[in-house]
Design a protein around this ligand. Structure first.
Ligand code: SF4
Ligand code: SF4
Length: 391
């Protein structure tokens, strides 16, 4: 059953920079069906996933005569070798690790295309292939687990023995029959660290999550971020790595195997203030190659405002007032007001007055609500302070 070809593919995969490869059968993913239906019913999905559940479960619905699925993994770095030095008055945001380097879709696509080309060249009869990376129909982690690359941890991520969870994964469905690799057994044991570490209780404890509550999803939405997530977001303006950082399988793991995954410190830890007013062209030039820019600049600018609020950085007040006054987008004006409410105190009479005026002039209902709320928060702080001083 193509044993020799499998061996050759494994050898080739190492040559072209694939760090782990596994072969799975292409049977339906029956055990996912109930999980995916429940996830949809309970509204635990993010909306970014492929929507047609049968197509996620039955490979034959998306491919003619599927016989095998080849799963690949590439390890990405977890540490920035030369992080930017701290400078007074300069506040930086952070992109989560999976968004460092060039967009992983591009990298995985390239490796899978090379692999397919190689396999084709080894065959006498043409075969069919369908490569996929995360936006495809199949559930990447379920394929990778079946192909023996790792197991699905309680954080919902693929945990590999060698690289922890710091791997990008992709898969290729094919009509070539290969001997499947054995599945890796579940390795979390009694550990619940990621579940306890998750600041929003998004992890359900059995590998499933409420994606709506996940900060990674929240940082990618385009409207106002719900109040409850703003503080939890901290300074990470795209994604969240908390459940990766808490995982013992990731301890000491930091692989720098691929040039194109090396983080540019100034991009993945960008200065926040200049990000607020960056022009479309500059944004594309600077951040366009990162996967974290896929939703455009607005969510990142909104998150930059939240991060500045979380820093309680007084030097950001003029920038925030400028956004409130001049930005044409209600989400930016409203979020700037929220950030001001985190920073301003009773002594900032000019800021309070500015916010009051802005609330009167605001035409968007949600932004108006945010600005009004910001005034209330600052004034409540004042009342609390007065009470403390009296008491
Ligand atoms: S990425 Fe962050 S918010 Fe999402 S499940 Fe992990 S720890 Fe929780
Ligand atoms: S932190 Fe613990 S429970 Fe979570 S994925 Fe890692 S080993 Fe599993």
């Amino acid at each position: 059953m193509n044993e020799l070809l499998k061996e050759k593919i494994i050898k080739k995969s190492i040559e072209i920079g694939i760090d782990k490869i596994g072969f799975a059968n292409a049977e339906p993913f029956y055990d996912l069906e109930e999980k995916l239906i429940k996830q949809q019913e309970k509204n635990h999905h993010s909306g970014f996933e492929h929507k047609n559940i049968p197509e996620r479960i039955y490979p034959e619905k998306i491919f003619d005569d599927p016989r095998s699925i080849i799963s690949i993994a590439l390890a990405y770095p977890s540490k920035i070798p030369n992080p930017p030095k701290r400078e007074k008055g300069v506040r930086r945001g952070e992109f989560a690790r999976a968004s460092w380097g060039i967009d992983y879709h591009t990298i995985l696509r390239d490796r899978m295309d090379q692999l397919i080309e190689y396999i084709q060249s080894e065959l006498e009869e043409p075969a069919s292939f369908k490569p996929m990376v995360d936006t495809g129909e199949l559930v990447d982690v379920a394929v990778a687990e079946r192909a023996g690359i790792g197991f699905i941890g309680r954080n919902g991520l693929l945990v590999t023995e060698e690289f922890g969870t710091y791997v990008y994964i992709g898969e290729i469905i094919t009509d070539i029959q290969f001997v499947p690799d054995p599945k890796v057994p579940f390795g979390c044991g009694d550990c619940m660290r990621c579940v306890s570490a998750c600041p929003t209780d998004a992890l359900l404890g059995d590998g499933r999550m409420n994606a709506n509550k996940c900060l990674s999803y929240q940082t990618q939405t385009k409207g106002f971020m719900k109040e409850e997530y703003r503080q939890q977001m901290g300074h990470v303006i795209y994604g969240c790595d908390i459940c990766q950082l808490s995982c013992p399988y990731n301890k000491g793991i930091d692989f720098h195997l691929h040039e194109e995954m090396e983080p540019d410190p100034d991009k993945v830890m960008p200065e926040l203030k200049p990000l607020l007013t960056i022009k479309n062209r500059d944004f594309k030039e600077k951040f366009g190659s990162l996967s974290g820019s896929w939703r455009g600049k607005k969510p990142l600018q909104r998150n930059a405002l939240i991060a500045l609020g979380n820093y309680r950085d007084r030097s950001a007040v003029p920038d925030l007032l400028r956004c409130l006054d001049q930005d044409p987008r209600p989400v930016i004006r409203g979020t700037a007001a929220w950030a001001l409410s985190k920073i301003a105190t009773s002594e900032d009479e000019a800021v309070i007055e500015f916010l009051e005026q802005a609330a009167i002039q605001e035409v968007d209902d949600e932004a108006k609500e945010e600005i009004t709320q910001a005034v209330t928060i600052i004034l409540t702080k004042t009342l609390r302070k007065n009470k403390r001083n009296r008491g």
